[in-house]
Write a protein that binds this ligand. Structure first.
Ligand code: PEP
Ligand code: MG
Length: 881
């Protein structure tokens, strides 16, 4: 850490973002470029970190540095803090390394007090302006710094307006505003027990502390978690001379983008309001004018603004978002930053900047956030309607998209409604299980009360591309009586309408109109550039030919995981599968397996067919068997009749299968150890399918994957079954067929003994869902609820089930990678947990030297771009055109 905590704008530059924050660094850069920026200085992000280290206090050394820099600024400006004859008035604004719009606090007009306000009135000859500024300052300072809530002041303002018959704030006279100031101060005294602070230096230090504090407010914490911004970055604070847009009709303020942030069109886009301060534009009291009208108001300022906007865009080589103020005809730039934009605009701007010769293709790739692409792939709500919708609860944004429809509380009701012609079905469940799959399949959206980002509902919905909100503990679900209560206690019954935003986790208590996704030409261009840049291959997790087709459409280069258990969800298949589970001896089990075999073979043929020569990894059966059996008495009765058992026998059987902790129970390769005939049947289906599709002229090299291995002997045991079965079929066919046998690494012991494991495994696929669960000892189905307290107490900043924990789980992956390669240098390494679609996890996979990542089909484009980002960043090379 440096010992300098305060920088004048002229001492910094754009490369000092980490220290000065984005806003501070850009103010410094613009000052150096000679643009009309009001003077000021920045208190660094390191000062913020120290504030927290020092027990939420600004120590004397930093206070002294602030005062010294203030004195230099006063001299440069020719004004003095607290001097009624020539007062220096300032704004105090937050500015973190990454932009966090609206998340932290700002204080304007600081430096005003009872004496200065009078001086300002005299100096400007505009007492109305002076008292309006003072009342705004008292309100803002009290609210932001002293925790006296804004509505208390707004009530006073409304009362005086009412009394005076004033419609707008601008209808109030200087005397009215004086009266308001007195009332505001009285309110402050009543609330705080002391007079409103009159010493500007005290105001300044308190304001800086408040901005530091706002780094830690709940909305900032949430925003950081959503955007992967670390807590220890801290925020900088910018102190800047005030300029006024509310000094009369020759003054004004506005915000403009150098390109349209919704569409990316290259045209100045924005609005301004004359005789106003920034907050008036936001408050919408008067309607702002569009930028093209500015030429009529002040042609010279408009011309200058255009020149500056172009200069800044060329300088930063990106679309800029500028804030400006005109004070008595003179233009000032208060901020510039790379503008936030929609996904469609991001693509267009990136591609346009390349054709304009401003940036390279690699630089263009880095301008599109991979996560943003999601919005282009799924339907979304109409933005206007969404703004009006009231959020009735919030859960985890488990699978993106927008769903609106009637609610049903079990899969059977959802299926029935769909069969009766109801196309907009939303399934609301406490949690889902494989039994619900058909209901999930007919639903537009899925809402669960429990479960985390890798719970059954989340994983399956993402695979299907269906919108899903999981772990929504703010609602109380009564599945039995078919209703739920929202966070305010309002009741929603079967067939009531709700809407789900799977990208934010917001639940709305009404229908909202949706818009279909459209993929523009720029999307294909960016994807092509990404494919040229990336090293990692991208595969998809797909369980059916339909999913595989979607995956191919999005550019998947193979299947990294086919969860074979997902192939039994359909009604006609689940019966045979259940028959297999309840078989009391091997003969009966083999009878049931014989029925399943053709179904599996047909599916695998479909997968091989869709993937046309790309690799396909098929995993042997993994989940605990009891997940497939009914739990309700009525369903047990039905099944017992179908399979010729008594109710009691079947119920007894199901109870017997019940496990205390099924995630660590009889699942994965343990099933194949107990019932080798299941692995035999699945191998037969895979090999026969490969031979059949091979006959059509396609090269098929099936990769058979053994799940949940923890020991080499266990792997060897199951591999033997596979090899014996496969080799026999291949020999009988008389055709040559290559196949591979590999394993998932999802138990820490497997990672730690990966050198042994690699003697048998021809490939490793890291199942980071289970590997995370087992490494943390944290159930993936319960993590959502538990983690809330961990975020609150700053123990965790991110959800390790969604974003790979590089420190612990990542270390296990590194160990396994190194050990695996030691035994088998050409071992193929991939990842197929949900992290395979998460950009920061993909960057880790690239750096760890894995061969591929595999993710749900809808995440494939995101993964392609994220892999390109990792490659470009890794090379430190952004020069390729
Ligand atoms: C995993 O554990 O990461 C994995 C892909 O397997 P599943 O989610 O099916 O347990
Ligand atoms: Mg797993």
């Amino acid at each position: 850490m440096s010992n300098k905590y305060v920088y004048l704008f002229e001492e910094g530059n754009a490369s000092m973002k980490n220290l000065l924050g984005g806003k501070g660094a850009n103010l410094a850069e613009m000052t150096t470029l000679g643009l009309p920026v009001p003077r000021g200085f920045t208190i660094t992000t390191e000062a913020c970190t120290r504030y927290y280290e020092d027990g939420k206090a600004i120590t004397n050394d930093i206070v002294d540095e602030i005062y010294n820099t203030l004195a230099i600024t006063e001299k440069a400006v020719g004004k003095t803090f607290g001097d009624p004859t020539n007062p220096f008035l300032i704004s105090v604004r937050s500015g973190a390394r990454a932009s966090m719009p609206g998340m932290m606090d700002t204080i304007l007009n600081l430096g005003l007090n009872d004496k200065v306000v009078e001086g300002l009135a005299k100096l400007t000859g505009n007492p109305r302006f002076a008292y309006d500024s003072y009342r705004r300052f008292i309100q803002m300072f009290s609210d932001v710094v002293m925790d006296v809530e804004k509505p208390k002041f707004e009530k006073i303002l409304d009362e005086v307006k009412h009394e005076k018959g004033a419609k707008f704030d601008t209808d109030l006279s200087a005397n009215d505003l004086k009266e308001i100031v007195l009332k505001y101060k009285a309110m402050y005294l009543k609330e705080k027990g002391s007079e409103f602070p009159q010493d500007p230096k005290e105001q300044l230090i308190e304001a800086i502390k408040a901005v530091f504090r706002s780094w830690d407010n709940p909305r900032a914490i949430f925003y950081r978690r959503m955007n992967d911004i670390p807590y220890d970055w801290g925020t900088a604070v910018n102190v800047q001379e005030m300029v006024y847009g509310n000094m009369g009709d020759d003054s004004g303020t506005g915000v403009a983008f150098t390109r349209n942030p919704s569409t990316g069109e290259k045209k100045l886009y924005g609005e301004f309001l004359m005789n106003a301060q920034g907050e008036d534009v936001v408050a919408g009291i008067r309607t702002p004018q569009t930028m093209d009208k500015m030429v009529e108001v002040n042609a010279a300022a408009f011309k200058l603004f255009n020149e500056i906007a172009t200069k800044l865009e060329n300088h930063y080589k990106d679309m800029q978002d500028l804030e400006f103020t005109i004070e008595k005809g003179k233009l000032f730039i208060l901020q510039t930053r790379n503008g936030k934009r929609t996904a469609a605009a991001a693509l267009k701007v990136a591609v346009d900047l390349v054709s304009e010769g401003m940036i390279t293709k690699h630089e263009a790739l880095l301008k599109v956030d991979p996560k943003q692409l999601d919005a282009l792939l799924h339907p979304t709500f109409e933005p206007k309607a969404l703004k009006k919708g009231k959020v009735i609860a919030k859960g985890l944004p488990a699978s993106p998209g927008a769903a609106t429809g009637k609610i049903y509380f079990n899969a059977a009701d959802a299926i029935k409604a769909y069969a009766d012609g109801e196309l907009k079905v939303i399934l609301v469940r406490l949690e889902t299980s494989p039994e619900d799959i058909e209901g999930m399949n007919v639903s537009q959206g899925i809402l669960t009360g429990r479960g985390g980002m890798t719970s059954h509902a989340a994983v399956v919905a993402r695979g299907m591309g269906t919108c899903c909100i999981a772990g929504c503990s703010e609602i109380t679900i009564n599945e039995h009586e078919k209703y739920f209560l929202d966070k305010n206690g309002k009741k929603y019954c079967e067939c009531d309408f709700i809407s789900l935003d799977g990208s934010t986790g917001n639940v709305y208590g009404l229908t909202l109109p949706t818009e279909e996704a459209t993929l523009t030409g720029e999307f294909a261009t960016i994807m092509q550039w990404a494919d040229e840049a990336r090293v990692l291959k991208i595969r998809a997790n797909a369980d059916s030919p339909k999913d595989a087709a979607v995956a191919r459409k999005f550019g998947a280069e193979g299947i990294g995981l086919c969860r074979t258990e997902h192939m039994f969800f359909e009604t006609d298949r689940i019966f045979a599968f259940r028959q297999m589970i309840v078989a009391t001896d091997e003969t009966k089990r083999r009878e049931a397996l014989a029925k399943i075999l053709p179904m599996q073979r047909q599916d695998f043929e479909g997968l091989f067919h869709e993937m046309k020569g790309f690799p396909v990894t098929i995993r042997l059966l993994d989940p605990p068997l009891h997940e497939f059996l009914p739990q309700e008495d009525a369903d047990i009765t039905k099944l017992s009749k179908e399979i010729g058992m008594t109710f009691d026998e079947l119920k007894h059987f199901i109870n017997d299968l019940h496990e205390i902790n099924p995630m660590m129970g009889h699942r994965g390769c343990r099933l194949a150890v107990s019932y080798p005939e299941i692995a035999e049947m699945q191998t037969t289906a895979i090999i026969e399918a490969a031979l059949n599709v091979g006959k059509e002229g396609n090269t098929v090299v099936p990769e058979i994957m053994i799940p949940l291995v923890c020991d080499i002997k266990e792997l060897k045991f199951v591999k033997n079954i596979i090899v014996k079965t496969a080799d026999k079929i291949i020999a009988e066919s008389g055709v040559k067929l290559e196949y591979k046998v590999g394993t998932m690494i999802e138990i820490p012991r497997a990672a730690l003994t990966a050198d042994d494991i690699a003697t048998e495994a021809e490939f490793f696929s890291f199942g980071t869902n289970d590997l995370t669960q087992m490494t943390y000892g944290l159930s993936r189905d319960d993590a959502g609820r538990i983690l809330e307290d961990y975020y609150k107490n700053k123990i965790f900043e991110a959800d390790p089930t969604a974003r790979l924990d590089i420190v612990g789980v990542g270390r296990l992956i590194k160990i396994a990678t190194d050990l695996g390669r030691k035994t088998r240098p050409d071992i193929k390494l991939g990842i197929c947990g949900e992290h395979g679609g998460d950009p920061s996890s993909i960057e880790f996979c690239h750096n760890a030297g894995l061969s591929y990542v595999s993710c749900s089909p809808f995440r494939v484009p995101i993964a392609r771009l994220a892999a390109a980002h990792a490659a470009v960043k890794g090379e430190g090379d952004v020069g390729q055109r």
